[in-house]
Design a protein around this ligand. Structure first.
Ligand code: SAH
Length: 242
């Protein structure tokens, strides 16, 4: 999972943050860390904060300039909390994560780039990014700690990836065609009749309750097989009363 998605830290200052980034990555299933001219690396503070993710630090690629870290990438997204004068396309964290999860199936290498603790990404660095991503934080203080920002993005990518798997594997259950409006109308009529028969509905409140029940069942997007089961239950109730 995500072996072709790399996290790039541009000029990180605090080795502790680099370690915390490695930990954030590993907990979410990422392993490719690129460091552009880190101030102090390798460093015991980084190893300490990485905890059981020290392997990510050992395998990290260290480069002295930004471009070599992204030159083989087909999608580059720069993380920044700051609005720019230059009109970049800004994606929300969730949309960017979804884009990466989708495109990682077809694009050989993808980079998610983070700026340094003091100054963030420069306009020049952002110019090489296809998109900017912004974590929708408190507008009065929107600057997350570097490792926290990496954690949020890696979490969002993991969730997007797991969702895409869930859709793929939604399996035979979902292959049943959806119940049509006509099917639903028969079902609601049947339900209403049975609820009257068993004395649950009394004429005065019945419309409102039926409306709520419609709302409830419509929300579930019943398929035909589920509809049949429900109709079967209603018929059994009717028969059991005879
Ligand atoms: N003081 C810097 C921010 C440093 S935070 C500035 O003004 O830009 C370190 C890095 O974490 C940022 O460069 C960015 O890549 C990431 N980051 C922090 N908060 C973020 C947010 N709300 N949205 C997207 N990225 C964020």
């Amino acid at each position: 999972m995500f072996t072709n998605v790399r996290i790039v830290l541009v000029h990180p200052t605090h080795p502790g943050n680099i370690g915390a980034v490695a930990r954030a990555m590993k907990t979410m299933g990422f392993s490719q860390l690129f460091l552009v001219k880190p101030k102090l690396f390798p460093n015991p503070h980084a190893t300490e904060r990485a905890a059981h993710a020290a392997d990510i630090l050992l395998n990290a690629t260290v480069v002295s300039e930004f471009l070599p870290a992204i030159q083989d990438c087909g999608l580059v997204i720069g993380a920044s909390a700051r609005a720019r004068d230059v009109p970049w396309t800004v994606l929300s964290a969730r949309d960017a994560a979804q884009k990466i999860a989708q495109e990682s199936a077809v694009i050989p290498n993808i980079a998610l780039v983070f700026g340094n603790e003091q100054n963030g990404l420069s306009n020049e660095e952002l110019r090489h990014c296809h998109f900017q991503v912004e974590i929708p934080a408190n507008p009065e203080y929107s600057s997350l700690n570097l490792a926290a920002a990496v954690q949020v993005m890696c979490y969002e990518m993991r969730v997007a990836y797991l969702n895409s798997l869930a859709h793929e594997n939604s399996g035979p259950e979902k292959k049943h065609p959806p119940a049509t409006t006509a099917d639903l109308e028969y079902f609601y009529q049947h339900l209403e009749k049975v609820l009257f028969d068993i004395g649950f509905l009394k004429s005065t409140r019945s419309n409102k309750i039926m409306q709520r029940l419609r709302c409830l069942f419509n929300r579930t997007r019943l398929d035909r097989r589920e509809m049949k089961i429900l109709r079967g239950i209603l018929t059994t109730i009717e028969e059991s009363k005879v």
